[in-house]
Design a protein around this ligand. Sequence first.
Ligand SMILES: *[C@@H]1O[C@H](CO)[C@@H](O)[C@H](O)[C@H]1NC(C)=O
Ligand SMILES: *[C@@H]1O[C@H](CO)[C@@H](O)[C@H](O)[C@H]1NC(C)=O
Ligand SMILES: *[C@@H]1O[C@H](CO)[C@@H](O)[C@H](O)[C@H]1NC(C)=O
Length: 317
Amino acid sequence: MIKMKRICHLIFRLLFLLDGGVWSLRNLSISVPRAVLSGEGQSAVLRCSYDLEGAALYSIRWYRAETEFYRFVPREMPPTMVFPLPGASVDLTQSDRHQVRIVNMNRRLSGDYQCEVSADAPLFHTDIRSAPLTVVDPPFRAPRLTISRGSYARGDVLRANCSVDEAYPAPNITWILDEHKIAETVSWRPSELDFKERGAFSQLEISILEAEHYKMGLTYTSSNLNRAYQDHYVYDKVDKEDKDVLRYTLIPPPNGQFALSCIATIYDIYARKSEPVYIKEDAPHPASVTGEDSSGTAASNSFLLTSVCVCASLLTL
Ligand SMILES: *[C@@H]1O[C@H](CO)[C@@H](O)[C@H](O)[C@H]1NC(C)=O
Ligand SMILES: *[C@@H]1O[C@H](CO)[C@@H](O)[C@H](O)[C@H]1NC(C)=O
Ligand SMILES: *[C@@H]1O[C@H](CO)[C@@H](O)[C@H](O)[C@H]1NC(C)=O
């Protein structure tokens, strides 16, 4: 009986091909959440939409990584068949010809999900669509931020680390300075699914500019520094040689302090922020009143002048 069905199916598919395409199945599309949380009480609803153009439905089959786990055949009684999906179950009350609901998933069920639709006789036109789904085991705690110093002086370089507990998949880390995203570490993704939990780590170096340079209005040739005048904050893209450390150049904030925090994210399903760290300037400069800083400016100017002279004399040698 099954064999006969198979043969008929093949013959009809062949006929369909010879026919040059009589469509009785169109606009098949799959809609699967990119990520869901693992565990009890969590679920994923996978949808499949299609247009049979008046033809009857023969079957809907759902696969995870090539293994069928749900079948809906309206002509059969009962119409539903479920095959065991290790580490989860199908909620039959909310599964039908348009969707399947999976409950209590574990992360080993991450992977590609497919929906296959077949129209009924005579053509049995069949089509399939696939989409990835990741079952997320989030980190246990909030990300932790450590910083080399709790205060800064102009010209300093501060170093900060953000570390995140093991999770699946490894989270991305975003750095936030005074509500602005300034840098991001994108987690390494294994080429094959190994379902291993991994921690995440990001190192950031913040160089705080000398205010004098800014006030004197020296023109920097570096495009990164030029951007500082427009954006207030500069994010030098990762250095090629030392790509593990993110670098950021900061113009000293006028109020003499800034807040730093980091956020761990996993797709759009998990985001958690570290405790913010407030970093204050060691000895706040007096508010810039005209003439206040003249001594500093003069010193810098004479230094500049000396440098120019030295260079000039070197050139004339
Ligand atoms: C279905 O596909 C046809 C073309 O194949 C397109 O014109 C139509 O807009 C699609 N309908 C939907 C609902 O996507
Ligand atoms: C950041 O991590 C690096 C590498 O593990 C370590 O050498 C450094 O001391 C850490 N710095 C801070 C401020 O925690
Ligand atoms: C991390 O960020 C990259 C780039 O934005 C994104 O493609 C990837 O899906 C993100 N990974 C996670 C686990 O959120």
